[in-house]
Ligand binder design. Structure first.
Ligand code: ADP
Length: 459
């Protein structure tokens, strides 16, 4: 039995029976069996079904928000935001389903036409994390189903309830068994079943780089296509010519979202040395205004870390930094509330090779570094094996252009702390993974190109 706890209170909020291997295999069988019919439906039909799912969930948004808040620890305001974000993917791909266009290519043979079509790749398996238990699922499912794929999902063990609730609403909307399946149990075992089955043609995974690499290795045997959205180590660069009010606003909202447990959370904050003191003062003032609490309230508050493992990691990173001589300017310890709450923390005086700079923090910790000039900061920002997102604030156009070209990341965000919605291609480079989710690029991940030569015009 999987017992689900509210990370804010430690109380049990639900139980889900773990699937045995045989049950997981049976669900994979259903996913594969449903593919021929689902993929041969008209795009308009799939679109309508997705739209029904969207509308059914939207009508019960508050119930989903409350569950999300209790299961993950994020506050209601954020939970509602995640639901809007997640619903946006269903809406987007309900439309995009109708626009999977192919090509005709000028022929190389007088008697032939050359066509290129795009076909659903096949049954897909997804493995998702706990930090966005709603959006991570809708983003993957809506895209796959729109393209004509069927999908089986293993959500994170900390947050399976939202996944099963989404499944319930999917069934109400006419998404039948096999078209979408959700299973929980032993992650390693389920991962092996998914990756080992030659009928599953693609794996989409969001989670740690370590597990992503393991799954990629497991997929090698059957050469499955993969989308991997892995860890990040986002630089957030503030130049002296930046609009500081906007930079602070962007930084604080990006950093404290989901208590810092986001792969696009600013991990290394580089501030030009001439404005360092002023900037830190402003960040501290902005953070001090934000409460720390369980989130079943209307305010934006910083919630708990999701589990003991995540909490212990933040404690370790900050303690190591302190021991190495970092200056704690705010917070720096577990919150007086106890449990999994940690104080929003501002630190400076760190080395670029400290664990706080090289590891993904996944907590409410602002790690601030100073830099002298553009060339230096671009080099330092790129000194990481990750390449998911890079943020920068500057009012200089030329510099913006240079940053957009030189920062090594799948997403470069200039003068904003917000990455976007369903309409943009979300994803990384380097060891942050490959493949994109969202926008028209996202659906390309679920189709395969077929070239058709239609010869015979002479007879
Ligand atoms: P995090 O540290 O954020 O929890 P993980 O990569 O460990 O990141 O988890 C992301 C998802 O990967 C979760 O659903 C988890 O259950 C799953 N997972 C963890 N280990 C494995 C594994 N060996 N095989 C398949 N899935 C796994």
């Amino acid at each position: 039995m999987l017992i689900v706890y509210n990370p804010a209170t430690g109380e049990e909020i639900g139980r889900v029976a773990k699937y045995t291997s045989a049950e997981v295999r049976a669900a994979v069988d259903r996913t594969c069996a449903a593919f021929p019919e689902w993929s041969s439906k008209l795009a308009q039909e799939r679109s309508k079904i997705l739209r029904r799912w969207h509308d059914a969930v939207k009508a019960d948004k508050e119930a989903f928000a409350e569950l999300l808040c209790r299961e993950n620890g994020k506050c209601l305001t954020e939970a509602r935001g995640e639901i809007d974000y997640g619903l946006g993917f269903i809406e987007w791909y309900a439309e995009e389903a109708k626009r999977v266009y192919g090509d005709t290519i000028p022929t190389h043979d007088r008697n032939a036409n050359v066509l290129v079509t795009k076909e659903a790749i096949g049954p897909v398996a997804a493995i998702t994390p706990w930090n966005f238990p709603f959006m991570m699922i809708t983003r993957k499912v809506a895209t796959a189903l729109a393209a004509g794929c069927t999908m089986i999902i293993k959500p994170a063990e900390d947050t399976p309830l939202t996944a099963f609730k989404l499944l319930e609403y999917a069934r109400m909307a006419g998404i039948e068994p096999g078209v979408l399946e959700v299973v929980v149990g032993d992650p390693k075992e389920i991962g092996l079943i998914f990756t080992g089955d030659p009928r599953i043609r693609k794996i989409t995974f969001t989670g740690s780089t370590g597990v992503g690499k393991l799954l990629a290795a497991q997929c090698a045997a059957t050469l499955k296509k993969m989308t991997l959205e892995l860890g990040g180590n986002a630089p957030f660069i503030v130049f002296q010519d930046a609009n500081l009010d906007e930079a602070v606003k962007g930084l604080v909202s990006a950093k404290l979202r989901n208590c810092g447990q986001v792969c696009i959370s600013p991990n290394r904050i580089f501030v030009q040395h001439s404005i360092l003191e002023d900037f830190i003062k402003r960040v501290k003032a902005a953070v001090a205004k934000i409460g720390v609490d369980q989130g079943l309230c209307e305010d934006f508050v910083v919630g708990p870390l999701v589990n003991q493992l995540g909490f212990d990691k933040v404690v370790r990173l900050v303690e190591d930094a302190k021991a190495a001589g970092a200056k704690v300017l705010m917070g720096g310890k577990p919150h007086a509330k106890g449990g999994l709450f940690y104080e929003p923390t501002v630190l400076t005086g760190l080395q670029d090779d400290s664990p706080l700079a090289t590891e993904e923090i996944f907590g409410p910790v602002f790690a601030i570094y100073s830099f002298k000039d553009e060339e230096e900061v671009i080099t330092r920002a790129n000194q990481t094996e990750f390449g998911l997102v890079a943020y920068a604030f500057t009012s200089a156009l030329g510099r913006s252009l240079r940053l957009s070209r030189q920062l090594e990341a799948g997403m470069v965000i200039l003068n904003s702390g917000s990455v976007g919605t369903a309409s943009i291609p979300f994803g990384g480079i380097k060891q942050s993974g490959y493949g994109r989710e969202g926008s028209y690029y996202g659906i390309e991940e679920y189709v395969q190109v077929k070239y058709v030569l239609m010869a015979g015009a002479q007879f």
